[in-house]
Structures are given as C-alpha cells and as structure tokens.
Design a protein around this ligand. Structure first.
Ligand SMILES: C[S@@+](CC[C@H](N)C(=O)[O-])C[C@H]1O[C@@H](n2cnc3c(N)ncnc32)[C@H](O)[C@@H]1O
Length: 266
C-alpha cells in the first residue's frame, strides 16, 4: 500500500478517532491499532458503519440546506479524514463561491485534507484543538477566508461527544455563538445514550484507549448545547430524521444512536 498519506512522526500505536471513523467509512487511512478498535466497536454495535454513513449523510443535507439559505462560509470543527461528500464539495456545488475552513487536531486528517485541497483557493485546513475555539477564530488561515461580520455556519458534527464535561463543550459553542453574526448557523450531531445505554457505555469504555474519549449524552444535554441559538425544524432528532430525502426515511431512526440538529442566530 502506498504510504504518502502518513505524516512523519505519526503515532500509529494509539487508535485515533479520526482513523477509526475513516475505517468505518471504507477509507484506507488507518493502521492496525485503529482497525482493532473498530473491530471492538463493531462487536458492540454491528451497525457502526451504517451509523457513520448516516451521520455523513446528515452532514451533507445540513450543509446543502444552509448553503441554499444563502450562507457561504463554513467552519467545520473536528472535520475528520475527508471521504466523499466533503463540506466544500457540497457547499461549492450549491454556491461555487462558498468558503470552507476545516479544523482537526489529527495529523493524518490534516495531512489528507491538505492534499485534497491543493488548488482550491476557497477551502483550507487548520491543525488546532476545538477545545480552544478562541484561538481558531483568531487563526490567520480562518480570518483569510472567513469574514465573521457576515453569517457563518459552524459545524460540530460527531465532534462534541469527543469532549469531556470538564473540558466544557457548552463553552466551545458559547464562544462560537459570541463570534457569530446574525444569520449564522450551528450544526451539531452527537452520540446519545437515550436508546441503548448499555451499548453506549461499552463504546465509551472502548474509547478510553483512543486519542479522544467518547461521551454519550442525553437528548436534553445535547439540546442544551444549542442554548442561545434558534433551533430549526425538525429540531434535535435522530440523524436520519433530519430532513430526509424523499424515499429515504428509516422505520427505526433511534437505532442510529446519534442525534442531530441545526440552529440559527436570530
Ligand atoms: C468522528 S470524526 C467526525 C468527522 C466529521 N465531522 C463527520 O462527522 O463526518 C471526529 C473528528 O474530530 C477530531 N477531533 C477529536 N478531538 C478533537 C479536538 N480536540 N480538536 C480538533 N479535532 C478533534 C478527530 O480527529 C476526528 O477527525
């Protein structure tokens, strides 16, 4: 296998949440340690791949809806290892002028994003920690592409459940809210323990050895992360229920274990 995508000094021993997710989505940017954790995950939740795809599909529908509403700046925090249907592809399909800033702290995710964005002068990637949002908002790469005096969409998709309570996930959103001009949007998807608490507790335990923890939260706790934003229809729902394409409704959406919603500033 070619190894051009492997950045120097990358830690391949500790499972990386970015590379595990890449493996679930059928990517090849992962190591044995990641596949081992993914195998454990699939043992706990045999539908884990389907969950990952449903989450990606939610991300795509949310970005397309926000771009169609006229927002042309996106900041994707915890953006992952790009697979198909990347935010810049979806947004620039609706509006070729849309600008996208990807943010991730994973070496492989950042290196791969950099390589696929070569030649795209309206999308970039920043290696940074989403737990320090003020630094991200002030980053010269962000301010080069994003004008925070205009509406922006902040995406925290399958991201905040990687942040422990003591690391203040609500504070991250509050910092973004305070920088958001009127008409800005917030997208969150998040693992919940509402449907299958035993499964999500086992997943959390498994992720103790990964680069980030997994912290499932209740519907009420995830909804509270949207404080200060106006929730858009249909509210905080299981990801397949968020504005599904015609013919794509799922009879058992709660089996997806991930809630998602989109909100807007007034
Ligand atoms: C499960 S992936 C989600 C990717 C993408 N948002 C999606 O939903 O398809 C989570 C991503 O968050 C990144 N991540 C985890 N903790 C982070 C942190 N503190 N700062 C920045 N990125 C982080 C991981 O490296 C990973 O790429």
């Amino acid at each position: 296998m070619d190894s051009e995508w492997i950045p120097p000094d990358v830690d391949g021993q500790r499972p990386s949440v970015a590379r595990v997710y890449d493996f679930l989505l059928g990517g090849r940017h992962n190591f044995a340690s990641d596949r081992d954790l993914a195998t454990g995950l699939l043992r706990i939740e045999p539908q884990a791949r389907e969950l990952a795809f449903a989450n990606r599909a939610f991300l795509g529908r949310a970005v397309a809806a926000i771009a169609a509403a006229g927002v042309d700046q996106f900041v994707d925090l915890g953006s992952g290892i790009p697979t198909q249907g990347n935010v810049h592809e979806v947004a620039q399909r609706v509006n070729p002028g849309a600008r996208v800033v990807y943010v991730d702290n994973d070496d492989v995710a950042v290196a791969h994003s950099r390589s696929i964005l070569v030649g795209n002068d309206r999308a970039t990637v920043i290696q940074a920690d989403m737990r320090r949002p003020a630094e991200i908002l002030a980053h010269p790469e962000l301010t080069r592409l994003v004008d925070l005096s205009r509406p922006v969409a902040f995406l925290l998709v399958a991201a905040l459940h990687l942040v422990k309570e003591e690391e203040d996930p609500a504070g991250i959103v509050a910092t973004l809210r305070s920088a958001a001009a009127p008409g800005s949007h917030l997208v969150i998807s998040h693992l919940t323990h509402e449907t299958a608490p035993g499964k999500t507790a086992a997943i959390a335990k498994l992720y103790d050895r990964a680069t980030s923890p997994a912290v499932p939260r209740s519907h009420a706790e995830i909804l509270a992360l949207f404080d200060g934003w106006d929730m858009l229809e249909p509210g905080l729902v299981y990801v397949p229920e968020w504005r599904p394409h015609e013919g794509e409704t799922d009879p058992e959406p709660e089996r997806f274990l991930v809630l998602g919603g989109v909100a807007r500033t007034g």
